[in-house]
Design a protein around this ligand. Structure first.
Ligand SMILES: CC(=O)SCCNC(=O)CCNC(=O)[C@H](O)C(C)(C)COP(=O)(O)OP(=O)(O)OC[C@H]1O[C@@H](n2cnc3c(N)ncnc32)[C@H](O)[C@@H]1OP(=O)(O)O
Ligand SMILES: O=C([O-])CC(=O)C(=O)O
Length: 371
């Protein structure tokens, strides 16, 4: 039997990390609403990697390990500086920098469980530093060194802007990081699992996953949402804009999902954050335009917004450049990719499905000068 196009509905692995059942998302049994309201991103990382929430001591140990590993090798900074920063997408820079990190990790090809865990910590710690450093370098600024007393959310905003962020900004970033951390067998996570199931290394797995997340049908959608909101420009233009796009059979980014039917449970948190933050920054129009697009789109198609829709106006309100939205998704999702990579190694078998051949039937080779 051939699978539906895009492997729709196919259960391709077992996993204990996250589940989507009846449109409810849980990380290792904890509802995403509960975690978003109460946890820190570091607690969620620990949960995804150890399948239990940490004790105070375990959490402190993880935070220390991350803080000790945030600095980038000088060679990676030098390469970021040598990139054609005005021409490339930050996701391409991130993909290259993560691959490069592997060259400066003596344990890159050591396949023992403990070594893979150490690499997970290094990658989780260094990805925010890469994104922030790239952003500064392309503005002609020096990268800002991470602070050991800051958690990931706070450090990321600090390294990006070179000043201590406000409490509300840190809270919003922490929630956003939790909401994007893992999502069952989405395309980038599947990519990471396929890669490491060949017994390739962790850096290869994460580099491949970044490539998959970059596409606009997946993580790249959040940047496209902001592009659309900017193009619309004011609430009174939103309805016509959506109707025009739909009449041309074009997709509206940030809507629809392969798995969710009644709605993506992450969207309501981002919607509320968007409302609060846009009000605080004195730019409520970004929220108002988003709501109008939401209302118009769902009056035409029964496809609710996904995680990428309201995250766009949230990140915009945090003053983040629009092409950094997808790299921020990667800074969060690397926690889930790493959890899945570690799980894959623990019970590995090569992932190699079949294809039904639909090309020409057997034919004879004709030499080039006779064709
Ligand atoms: C973090 C994440 O990855 S969340 C997803 C982020 N991606 C986006 O927001 C991009 C926009 N959304 C989409 O492209 C899709 O909804 C996907 C890729 C997320 C899921 O797609 P699938 O389940 O494969 O649905 P598919 O793309 O086949 O669409 C099915 C039908 O719904 C329509 N549709 C789906 N999403 C949208 C959309 N956002 N806007 C307009 N129409 C849509 C398609 O045009 C198609 O219509 P048709 O049957 O008349 O041709
Ligand atoms: O699960 C998916 O297909 C896409 C998604 O929402 C995610 O990766 O967060």
């Amino acid at each position: 039997m051939i699978a539906k196009q895009g492997l729709e509905g196919i259960v391709a692995t077992t996993s204990s990390i996250s589940s989507i059942i009846d449109d409810n998302l849980t990380y290792v049994g904890y509802n995403i609403d509960d975690l978003t309201e109460n946890a820190t991103f570091e607690e969620v990382i620990y949960l995804l990697w150890h399948l239990e929430l940490p004790t105070k001591e375990q959490l402190q140990e993880l935070k220390n390990q991350i803080a000790d590993n945030m600095e980038l090798p000088k060679e990676v900074i030098a390469t970021l500086k040598s990139m054609p920063t005005d021409k490339i997408h930050p996701m391409a820079a991130l993909r290259t920098a993560v691959s490069l990190l592997g060259l400066y990790d003596d344990e890159a090809d050591v396949m023992e469980k403990e070594a893979n865990y150490r690499k997970a910590i290094r990658l989780q710690a260094k990805m925010p530093t890469i994104v922030a450093a790239f952003s500064r370098i392309r503005k002609g600024l020096e990268p800002v060194a991470p602070r050991k007393d800051f958690d990931i959310a706070e450090n990321f905003l600090y390294m990006l802007n070179g000043k201590e962020p406000e409490k509300i900004e840190v809270e919003a970033m922490n929630k956003a990081l939790i909401l994007h951390a893992d999502h069952e067998l989405n395309a980038s996570t599947f990519t990471a699992r396929v890669c490491v199931a060949t017994l390739s290394d962790v850096y290869s797995g994460i580099t491949s996953a970044i490539g998959a997340l970059k596409g606009p049908l997946h993580g790249g959608a959040n940047e496209q949402v902001m592009k659309m909101l900017t193009e619309i420009g004011s609430v009174d233009k939103a309805e016509q804009y959506v109707l025009d796009k739909l009449s041309k059979k074009e997709k509206i980014m940030g809507f629809g999902h392969r798995v969710y039917r009644s709605g993506d449970p992450r969207a309501k948190h981002l919607k509320e954050m968007s409302r609060k933050l846009t009000e605080l920054t004195g730019e409520p129009e970004w929220y108002d335009i988003s709501v109008k697009v939401h209302e118009t789109f769902t009056s035409q198609k029964p496809l609710p917004p996904n995680v990428d829709f309201y995250s766009a106006s949230v990140y915009h309100s945090l003053g983040i450049d629009h092409d950094l939205f997808t790299p921020i998704f990667a800074v969060s999702r690397v926690s889930g990719w790493l959890a899945h990579i570690l799980e894959q190694y623990d019970n590995n078998r090569l992932i190699r499905p079949r294809a039904e051949y639909t090309g020409p039937s057997l034919r004879q080779y004709v030499p080039v000068d006779q064709r």
